[in-house]
Each structure stands twice: as C-alpha cells, then as structure tokens.
Design a protein around this ligand. Structure first.
Ligand code: NAI
Length: 434
C-alpha cells in the first residue's frame, strides 16, 4: 500500500463558495436527490469503498455526497488534468472526504492522485468498487495493482471511450470483474453526450476566446452523440457548421439535420473553429494545421487529447507557443496564428465547467443505480460488460420530469395491450434506438 494522505486540493478557503454552488446544484439534480430519499433508511451502499475517477466538478460533488448518503465510503480523483473545479474539491475535502484533485496538474500528479484513491483511511483498506470515467482508474488497478481485483465487486464506467476499453478487455479475456456500461443507458448518452454538449461546447469556446460565433465557419469532426450536440450548439449560436464523418449513417443524419458534410481537407482553409468529437485519434494532423488560416481556433471535446496532433505542434512549432491565459495557447505556423484550447484536452471541462447539473443528474443517477446493483447483487453477474435494464433507464427519465413541468400521458390498459407493453412500462423493446 501507499502512505496515507487525507486529501489534496488547491485551496481550502474556496470550500464555502463550493458548498453554496453544491446547494444550488442539488436543486437541479432531482434524480440524485430522490435516490437519497428512497434509500436513506436501507443504506444499500453500506460497506462499499468506492474509488471514483471522474471530473471533480460541482455536479460530481452532488454524486459523491449521494453515494455517501447511501452508506458508501468514497475516495475521489479527477479523470482529466484540467477538469477540476477547485471550489468543488475544497468543499468535498472539508467534509473529511479523501479527494485528490486540482485544476491544472501535471500528468505525474494525475497518476499520483488516482493512486491515492486505491486505499482508504489510516488503516489502508483497499477499494472494493470502481466508478470510472474513461478507464484510467480501471487501468491503474488492473495493470499496476492486479492483486486488488479479487476484492473488487465491480465497476461502472461513464463514457464512450472507457466503455470501448472495457469491451476490448472482455475480448482479450482481461476483465476480472463485472462492469456496468453507464454510457449506453439512453438517459446517459442520448442526454449528457448530446444535450450536455449542446450547452457546454459553445460555452467553452466563448469563455476561452470571447469570439463572436454568429457567421463563423465551424467544422465539427464526428457526428455521434457528442458531435450531434456540438454541431447543434454552434448552429444555435448562428455559426455555419460543417460536419465530417466516416460512417455513412451518421453522415446522412448530419445532412438531414441541415449540415454540410465534407472531408476536413475540403473545408479546412476557410474554417474559423475546428472541434473534434470522434473518440478516435489523429483527426487534426500536421498537414491540416499547415492549411489553416490565420487565427483558427482548434479544440477537442472527445475524452482524450490524441484527436488533435498536439505533439506535432509542440515538436515543430513549440518555440512559437505563447500562452494567452491558462488553457488558451497561440502557436505561429509559417506566419499564421493557431489558437489551441485546453492543450487539446476535452474543452468543455478544460475551458468551461462541463455540462449543466440537470443533465448530469441523469448520468449520475445511472451511475448510482449501477453501483447499488454491483454492490448488492454481485453474484448475478459474470466478468462481462452489462447495461442497466430498461425499466431503470425509464425510471431515471421519470425522476427528471416533474422539475421541468412535464406531464406524462398514461396508457389505458387496452392501449397497452394493443401496442404490446405493460401500462407501467418498459415502453419500448430492447432494439428500439430512440
Ligand atoms: P460516438 O461513437 O457516438 O461518436 C463518434 C463519431 O465519430 C462516430 O459517429 C464515428 O463514426 C465518428 N468518427 C470516428 N472516426 C472519425 C474520423 N476519422 N473522422 C470523422 N468522424 C469519425 O461517441 P460519442 O458518445 O459521441 O463520444 C465521442 C467522444 O466524446 C468519446 O471520447 C467520449 O468518451 C467523449 N465524451 C465527451 C463528453 C464531454 O463532455 N466532453 C461527454 C460524453 C462523451
């Protein structure tokens, strides 16, 4: 094990501010708050030692305190070096929770923070649950501390990229515990990835650059869930949006949604802003940087920074790098300036505050239900990747209706029979795609 460090955050004097923001967020997170109410007596997470690795924001603070109010002990790190909100981390640390997170850390500090979360308290009890976003905590446990795996009930994974890594492990036979794919709950990827990015993509570029977005030419690389939300975000701001895709279905969707669909090479010369959303690597490369016009803004909203060849920029034009403010850097390529945001890391958490609370409540209600399921029902699962059942997906949605005044129509018995469902749901077959 490793020596006990109770917590490490940037500045404890931010805790009061953080607490006030957490209280405001709670009012926007009805799913989490109703789980607190539903489970306050039964304490289903009692005995669980959950290590979490997920952007240490205000919304995540509400998740952490929900897990605790259901009986869990929690340790936490952030899954990105730029994504922590220091006031949120301070408020969580102030309650005595073992949080290791601050905005703008080095890669070494990032690893150090994750490592601290593996052992709990002064008696150094190892984690017995993983809650991950992107798979870095999972990889740390399975690659560096494989002896801990046997004591872990299971893991829940937040995002597309992390889920992708899990399915690869299943294929390779290297997943030693059951996992729940939270991302592909409908109330996660079709809400957080899409409507979340619709709010936070533009927010990030505005906070970073203050640029007028109306009339600007924006290229969105990828038209999956994140791409759909991101393209809508810029369209809503009055930008002229072009999409790139490799998948004919998503390319056709983009076209039907009214976007021009082109190859990056075709439109790069006139782009004002380029944003990658693919979860793939090497989307914006050296030759693209060379073709950009003066003052093009380049950023990524996918999970990892390898969508943009930042290393090419640093290797070839690193001497021209000029930091305008934290997470906003100017490079000069053959006389033309390029503005790179958040060093190519996910821009909505690097340059803004991530998605709004309401949409994160949907994601995190799925996370909490996944943790309860794996902790209380371990024996029902093999070492595979599972999704939450549809009735729970529908429950998550249902918990968010009243807050925004939604009236849900109820089926008559004969109508339910006519379409082949139960009056109380599930309302759709598994193959329905929303
Ligand atoms: P997705 O799989 O739905 O979409 C990715 C799309 O990119 C696909 O349609 C794919 O065909 C396309 N694509 C792949 N290679 C491409 C290429 N070379 N050129 C153009 N298009 C290409 O995945 P999703 O859910 O949209 O997630 C994308 C990334 O965003 C992942 O890394 C995910 O973890 C991350 N994410 C980030 C969030 C944030 O708040 N910043 C929120 C949720 C997910």
């Amino acid at each position: 094990t490793i020596a006990y460090v109770p917590n490490k955050v940037k500045d404890m004097s931010l805790a009061d501010w953080g607490r006030k923001e957490i209280e405001l967020a709670e009012a926007e997170m009805p799913g989490l708050m109703s789980l607190r109410e539903e489970y306050k007596n039964s304490q289903p997470l009692k005995g669980a030692r959950i290590a979490g690795c997920l952007h240490m924001t205000i919304q995540t603070a509400v998740l952490i305190e929900t897990l605790q109010s259901l009986g869990a002990q929690v340790t936490w790190s952030s899954c990105n070096i730029f994504s922590t909100q220091d006031q949120a981390a301070a408020a969580i640390a102030q309650t005595g929770t073992a949080v290791y997170a601050w905005k703008d850390m080095t890669e070494e500090e990032f690893e150090w923070c994750i490592e601290q979360t593996l052992f709990f308290g002064e008696d150094r009890q190892p984690l017995n649950m993983i809650l991950d976003d992107g798979g870095d905590l999972t990889n740390m446990v399975l690659d560096k501390y494989p002896e801990l795996a046997a004591g872990i009930n299971g893991l829940s994974e937040e995002t597309t990229t992390g889920v992708h890594r899990l399915y690869e492990r299943v294929k390779a036979g290297t997943l030693p515990m059951p996992a729940i794919n939270v991302n592909d709950s409908v109330t996660k990827s079709k809400f957080d990835n899409k409507y979340g990015c619709r709010e936070s993509a533009v927010d990030a570029v505005r906070r970073a650059t203050d640029i007028m977005l109306a009339g600007k030419r924006v290229i969105v690389c990828g038209y999956g869930d994140v791409g759909k939300g991101t393209a809508a975000s810029f369209k809503g701001a009055g930008s002229i949006v072009t999409v790139t895709e490799i998948d004919p279905i998503c390319a056709l969707q983009a076209a039907m949604d009214g976007f021009e669909v082109k190859k990056l090479e075709t439109v790069i010369k006139t782009a004002d802003i380029i944003i990658t959303t693919t979860g793939n690597k090497d989307i914006v490369r050296g030759e693209h940087f060379k073709a950009m016009k003066d003052k093009t803004i380049v950023c990524n909203i996918g999970h990892f920074d390898n969508e943009i060849q930042v290393s090419w920029l640093n290797d070839n034009y690193g001497d021209t790098k000029n930091t305008i403010k934290p997470q906003v850097d100017k490079y000069t390529i053959d006389g033309k300036d390029i503005i790179l945001l958040a060093e190519g890391r996910l821009v909505n958490l690097g340059c803004a505050t991530g998605h709004p609370s309401f949409v994160m409540s949907n994601s995190f209600t799925n996370q909490t239900l996944a943790q309860i399921e794996l902790w209380t029902n371990r024996d029902a699962y093999e070492n595979q990747v599972y999704m939450l059942p549809k009735y729970l997906d529908e429950k998550v949605a249902k918990l968010h209706l009243a807050k925004i005044g939604v009236e849900l129509t109820e089926l008559e018995q004969y109508q339910a029979e006519y379409i082949g469902v139960k009056v109380e749901g599930p309302f759709k077959p598994e193959y329905y795609r929303y």
